[in-house]
Design a protein around this ligand. Structure first.
Ligand SMILES: *Cc1c(COP(=O)(O)O)cnc(C)c1O
Length: 404
């Protein structure tokens, strides 16, 4: 039997991957712990009894990570944006009104999705790289009513933290609006209390704070959000992302589609490590790591892009000094030091991720050194050793509580 086209050249993956893996210190994906990598190599029957036990454990541990009692918590096969789309497309339909709190690429994405399902959207935008305040939201409600409000806790694209999130969620609740919170880069790296803060939908991806592989995300719905979905009569635009259909698998171990088994096993391990560490310890590790790195960067002679009052610790944005080519700095870091950091979506910054495994002292030292040396190679006059010392000093402030 012959076919029309000839097979392409046989190139093993090992010829494509670098011989020395790059340390992923960008805005995601992040390095994964060994237990997560191992779990990711196993396939079992997605509907068997063993998988049922895994699913139950994933839900129990995810509830802790989300700080919720809600049983309507589940995994989504797909990027964080798929979980985002599940939240948006299940709660919005033609005629529903959504207020989109926008201060960067990811919060903007929720508006694009809301518009695509025919919702009537209003955009409340902050100035470049500034947070959305509760007052801005209060004012929007004084002029109009909304069924749904969307907001990102941390806007990864520019490194801004919407620190008034709890107050924003209260304003929305007072005005009887459901809230959808993007906690992709923040969940498990800083407080995000779904129940105490009255968030209705919270979602996160695997490859950021949670520190597992990309491709399996998590989403949780409040009772009120779930009730809205159950009462909905308008046909849903998605089959895979239909929350009620997905709950057949996540609530009743019944077939919806073939679950991404290795990704869910990997998520199990990532969540287990979070529970073992405890959220309090994890928040402490993230905050100290990021603040120490920020100290190091500034002491070295570089400027941070976002003022400290609303600077996001999960992703640190660094300004590029005049005349320096950021692309070459990043290339140099990758080639000479095997460290990769992120560029930006059109802004003149580079970004270092501080999520999950990125907040380990060996990764911090390697990254700061690589960045300092690479900026210097491009002609930027920095004091690398003082920067390294400042970071070390901050990290070892309390000898009993250090970052491993
Ligand atoms: C990374 C990120 C996303 C998008 O995640 P994907 O997995 O690429 O879909 C959304 N929101 C925030 C805040 C992010 O950091």
């Amino acid at each position: 039997m012959t076919v029309t086209f000839q097979p392409p050249e046989n190139i093993p993956l090992s010829h494509i991957l670098p011989s020395e893996p790059l340390l992923l210190m960008g805005a995601g994906p992040v390095p994964i712990p060994h237990a997560v990598a191992q779990a990711n190599s196993v396939v079992i029957n997605h509907l068997g009894e063993t998988m049922g036990k895994v699913i139950d454990r994933v839900k129990i541990m995810a509830k802790y990570a989300f700080q919720t009692r809600s049983d309507k918590i589940m995994g989504v096969a797909g990027p964080s944006s798929a979980a985002m789309e599940m939240g948006i497309t299940n709660l919005l339909w033609p005629g529903r009104k959504a207020l989109i709190l926008e201060n960067g690429t990811f919060s903007q994405r929720m508006g694009i999705m809301a518009k695509a399902v025919g919702a009537d959207i209003s955009i409340l935008e902050s100035k470049l790289a500034r947070p959305i305040s509760a007052d801005m939201v209060r004012q929007a409600f004084s002029k109009d009513a909304f069924d749904v409000v969307t907001v990102a806790q941390g806007e990864t694209s520019c490194g801004v933290w919407n620190r008034e999130l709890p107050e924003i969620l209260t304003v929305c609740k007072e005005n009887d609006a459901l809230t959808i919170v993007d906690a992709v880069c923040t969940l498990s790296t800083m407080p995000m209390e779904m129940d105490n803060w009255n968030a209705d939908v919270v979602m996160t991806g695997g490859q950021k704070g949670i520190s597992t592989i990309p491709g399996v995300s998590l989403i949780a719905f409040s009772e009120k959000a779930w009730d809205t979905i159950e009462k909905r009569t308008v046909v849903k635009p998605h089959w895979c992302l239909d929350a009620l259909a997905a709950f057949e698998f996540w609530g009743h171990h019944q077939y919806h589609y073939t679950a991404p088994v290795p990704g869910i096993l990997a998520m199990h391990e990532a969540l287990r490590l979070i529970c073992k560490e405890t959220l309090e310890e994890r928040f402490f590790r993230h905050e100290l790591s990021s603040l120490a790195l920020q100290d190091g960067i500034e002491t070295m002679g570089l400027k941070l892009f976002v003022p400290s009052e609303y600077r996001l610790n999960s992703v640190v944005a660094i300004e590029i000094p005049e005349g320096i080519d950021a692309k070459r700095v990043r290339k140099n870091m990758a080639e000479r030091f095997h460290v990769e950091i992120s560029g930006a979506f059109g802004l003149n910054i580079v970004r270092i991720g501080q999520m999950g495994e990125q907040c380990r002292s060996h990764n911090l030292f390697k990254t700061l050194y690589a960045m300092g040396m690479s900026f210097q190679q491009e002609g930027c006059c920095l004091n690398v050793s003082e920067g390294m010392a400042a970071m070390e000093k901050r990290l070892s402030e309390d000898p009993n509580r250090y970052v491993t």
